[in-house]
Design a protein around this ligand. Sequence first.
Ligand SMILES: *Cc1c(COP(=O)(O)O)cnc(C)c1O
Length: 398
Amino acid sequence: MKSTDYINIGNEYGAHNYKPLDVVLTRGEGVWVYDVEGNRYLDCLSAYSAINQGHVHPRILETLVDQAKRLTLTSRAFRNDQLPLLYKELCELTGYEMAIAMNSGAEAVETALKIARKWAYQVKGIEKYKAEIIVADGNFHGRTISIISFSTEPLYRDDFGPFTDGFKIAEYGNIESMRSLVNQNTAAILIEPIQGEAGVIVPPDGYLKEVEGLCKKNNILLIADEIQTGLGRTGKLFACDHDQVKPDAIIIGKALSGGFYPVSAVVSSKSVLGLFTPGEHGSTFGGNPLGAAVARTAVKVLIEEGLIENAENMGTYFSDQLAEIPTKKIKEIRSRGLLIGVELHESAGPARKYCEMLQSQGILAKETHETTIRFAPPLIIDKETIDWALDRIRDVLK
Ligand SMILES: *Cc1c(COP(=O)(O)O)cnc(C)c1O
């Protein structure tokens, strides 16, 4: 079958909740993916940063196969020999005391919101069901009904009410806006250290530190959603590390499994995550041995193969080179490590058009909103490959 056949079948039988580029991929290796016609592309999206380790990383694959032959799912009614080790390794890596494993990112966000509310009632002493959680406008935290209740993107939200109460929305990057929403019922602030889906929005210098200070002063939990920015993407383990900010809880997902299997987690202190008691929260697949084994190796690969430093070095090189492209189409480049947003002037036309042109040149990138192209290749990328990509990007943007 040809690409068009798959596209037609997908369009006929599948819900149209995405508008993918018309490329049908069948194989991946490292930074490269291949379509059913055998064309090769550089993956500059990395499945929204779930493929930080590169496609089909051999070590993670080996773990997946070995573990799948041995034991895949026990449910949490019984223990398994992988999850405790994942928990321990995650805590040692991140410097937190406790972890809880889920599957999708949205599920981990929900988990963090639930425990923040419990903390509000049991520890902070907020009157029952008065707890408020402050988020930022432009946020992306997932797709459940509670999470879209505090989205400011009409497309994600408008047709899906009634909504969940208890959230307030501050202007991202504006500490005064955040401060004005704080009151005695504020339980937590949930924030992305860089807003990926909003178009790689990097907040002003010092902002995250001020948010942290606001939380400390008012006994509020700071919860960072590092599902996209975490695990090396920005050139540090967490994007919060750039600002020496240590949230009370960090939510991770995506690259936690190197793209093999949905694994997400919340890491925090015993005084927060220790509040969960048996039966209060769970998931049939959350913490399963297959996912746990895969995540253990995926994290080892990040560290042992130096991918975080490589993201820093290659990210600086890539964004510096992009900034030198002689073109009137680029309005601004926002980046940290290998999370790079190239915002085009409106006069240049929609970013989608350039993504389609890049596709025909062998580069897969995705527009975010109308005017931004995101470049976020796997963290294993080398300088030679970036130079190859730059030749093509220059051509498309000239
Ligand atoms: C992708 C993402 C999520 C949601 O993760 P899913 O696995 O798609 O549910 C939440 N927050 C951020 C910042 C993300 O990038």
